[in-house]
Design a protein around this ligand. Structure first.
Ligand SMILES: Nc1ncnc2c1ncn2[C@@H]1O[C@H](COP(=O)(O)OP(=O)(O)OP(=O)(O)O)[C@@H](O)[C@H]1O
Length: 415
C-alpha cells in the first residue's frame, strides 16, 4: 500500500480480491496562482506577503474509492482538476489536506514525457521507467522486445527521447505501462495524441486489462469512450466531485454543466418554438440514442406570433460537435408550409426519420424556420447519439452534404 499524506509513507503490499485499491479521502491540493519564479529577494518577499490571497484550490475535499476490477472515468470541464487528481493518486503531487492510499503496482501514463529523461535513449528510459515501477532488471530484459514491438518505435528505441515526436512518447510510455503487469493503470488524456491505429491498439489493451480484472482510472473528455469503457464515471468541477455514478448519467451531468444538453431555442418576432423533441414513433418516449437504421419522429410545437406573409420553410439538420455546417439534412431539405396554414396560434408539426446517417458519436439536431429566406426561429437539441453499424441512406429521406455538393444517395452502404 502506498500512503500519501502530508509527508508520504510508502509500504507495498499485494492487493486482495474485491478490495479498495485507491482510497482518497478529503483530498485538497492548492497551487499558487502565479507561475513565474521570483527573480529577486524583494520580489520573493512581496510574493510571500501576497501568497495567502494568491493561492487557489485545484482540488477541494475529494473523496474517491476505486475497487479492484473497476474502470473509472474521470471527466469534467478544462481546469477542473482531473490531471491534478491523477498526479496526487500517482504520488507525483502531495495533497495539502486529506489522505491517499493506493494498493498494488501503479503504472501511470500522465502528461507527455512525464517519467522520461530526454537525454536518455528510449531503451534506457524503458529500463529506468520499469525500475521506478519496481520491476527487476531481468524481468525488463524479458519484456523488452514486447515493449519495443508494442511501441512500434523500431530502431528509434536507441535515439534520445528528446528527439521523439509526441506520438512516439505516448507509444513508448503506454508500451511500458501495459507490460509491467500493473494492478492499477492510470491514464491521462494522452491517448488522444497517438494516431487512430495506435489508439485502437491501446483501447484493445485496456479491454484486455479489464478482462483480467485490473483496475483502470482514466481521464477523458470523450463521452463515447467513457460510456463504452467505464463501469463508473466521476465528474469534477472546480476541484470538487460533482457526481460519481453510472457513466451515462455522468455524461449527462457534464453536458448540462457545459450547457450542451437539452433544447436551446432562438425566438423570433414571428414565431417561437415551444417544444422540439425526438421520440420513438411507437412509444412516444424521448430518444437520446439512435440505432443506425431505426426510425424516429421529430416533433415540434411552434407558436406563430404574427402570420407570415409568405410560405414558411422548416429545415432539419444534423451537426457534429463544434461543426457549424450541417453534415446531414433531413430531406426534402425544406418542408414548406403555406402562410395560410400558419395563422397566429400554436401548431404541431412532425417528421418521420427513416434512417440516420452513419456518424457514430454525439451530434446535435437543429430546426430552423425561415420565411423569405430569413431565419425566424431556431431550436437545437445537443448530446444526441447515433450508434450502430453501416447504414443505407434512403433517397428522399436523409441526404448527406459532401463538401459543397449535396450527395443524392442511392441505397448503398456508406461504410
Ligand atoms: N503546477 C501547477 N501550478 C499551478 N497551477 C496548476 C498547476 N497544475 C495545475 N494547475 C492549475 O490547477 C487547475 C486544475 O488543473 P488540471 O490540469 O488538474 O485540470 P484538468 O481538469 O486536468 O484540465 P484539462 O481538461 O484542461 O486538462 C488549473 O487551473 C491549472 O491551471
Amino acid at each position: 500500500m502506498t500512503t500519501t499524506q502530508g509527508s508520504g509513507a510508502v509500504s507495498p503490499t499485494a492487493p486482495m480480491e474485491g478490495e479498495i485499491l485507491i482510497d482518497a479521502r478529503g483530498v485538497s491540493k492548492r497551487f499558487a496562482s502565479y507561475h513565474r519564479r521570483a527573480t529577486s529577494l524583494k520580489e520573493r518577499m512581496v510574493r510571500r506577503e501576497q501568497s495567502e490571497g494568491d493561492v487557489f484550490w485545484a482540488l477541494r475535499d475529494v473523496d474517491l474509492q476505486v475497487r479492484r476490477g473497476e474502470t473509472v472515468g474521470l471527466t469534467g470541464p478544462n481546469g477542473s482538476g482531473k490531471s491534478t487528481l491523477l498526479k496526487v493518486l500517482s504520488g507525483i503531487l502531495r495533497p495539502n489536506d486529506g489522505t491517499v492510499e493506493v494498493r498494488g503496482r501503479v503504472a501511470s501514463l500522465l502528461e507527455l514525457g512525464a517519467g522520461f529523461d530526454g537525454e536518455l535513449t528510449g531503451r534506457e528510459n524503458v529500463y529506468l521507467n520499469s525500475a521506478l515501477l519496481g520491476v527487476p532488471r531481468e524481468e525488463t530484459d524479458r519484456l523488452f522486445e514486447a515493449i519495443v514491438d508494442f511501441s512500434e518505435l523500431g530502431p528509434f528505441i536507441d535515439y534520445p527521447v528528446k528527439h521523439y515526436s509526441s506520438g512516439m512518447y505516448v507509444r513508448l510510455g503506454f508500451a511500458v505501462a501495459v507490460h509491467v503487469d500493473p494492478d492499477i493503470l492510470i491514464v491521462d488524456e494522452v491517448l488522444a495524441v497517438g494516431d487512430a491505429a495506435f489508439q485502437r491498439k491501446c483501447l484493445a489493451r485496456i479491454e484486455d486489462f479489464q478482462r483480467q480484472g485490473k483496475t483502470i482510472l482514466f481521464v477523458s473528455h470523450a463521452a463515447g469512450q467513457i460510456e463504452s469503457l467505464c463501469t463508473r464515471a466521476v465528474l469534477l468541477d472546480h476541484g470538487r466531485v460533482l457526481f460519481d455514478g453510472p457513466p451515462r448519467q455522468t455524461i449527462k451531468r457534464l453536458n448540462k454543466l457545459l450547457g450542451v444538453d437539452g433544447v436551446a431555442t432562438i425566438d423570433g418576432e414571428l414565431a417561437r418554438i415551444i417544444d422540439f423533441a425526438v421520440v420513438d414513433p411507437s412509444t412516444g418516449a424521448p430518444l437520446e440514442e439512435f440505432v443506425v437504421g431505426a426510425r424516429a419522429t421529430v416533433s415540434c410545437q411552434v407558436e406563430v406570433l404574427r402570420q407570415p406573409s409568405a410560405k414558411a420553410k422548416f429545415s432539419l439538420h444534423v451537426n457534429a460537435p463544434g461543426q457549424p455546417d450541417a453534415v446531414a439534412h433531413v430531406t426534402p431539405r425544406f418542408h414548406t408550409v403555406p402562410a395560410a396554414e400558419l395563422p397566429v396560434g400554436t401548431h404541431a408539426l412532425s417528421w418521420q426519420i427513416e434512417e440516420w446517417p452513419d456518424m457514430p458519436g454525439d451530434f446535435s439536431l437543429g430546426l430552423g424556420i425561415f420565411v423569405d429566406d430569413t431565419l425566424m426561429a431556431a431550436a437545437r437539441i445537443d448530446g444526441l447519439r447515433i450508434s450502430g453499424g453501416s447504414v443505407r441512406c434512403i433517397p428522399g429521406e436523409v441526404r448527406l452534404d459532401d463538401g459543397e455538393a449535396v450527395r443524392e444517395t442511392a441505397p448503398e452502404n456508406l461504410t
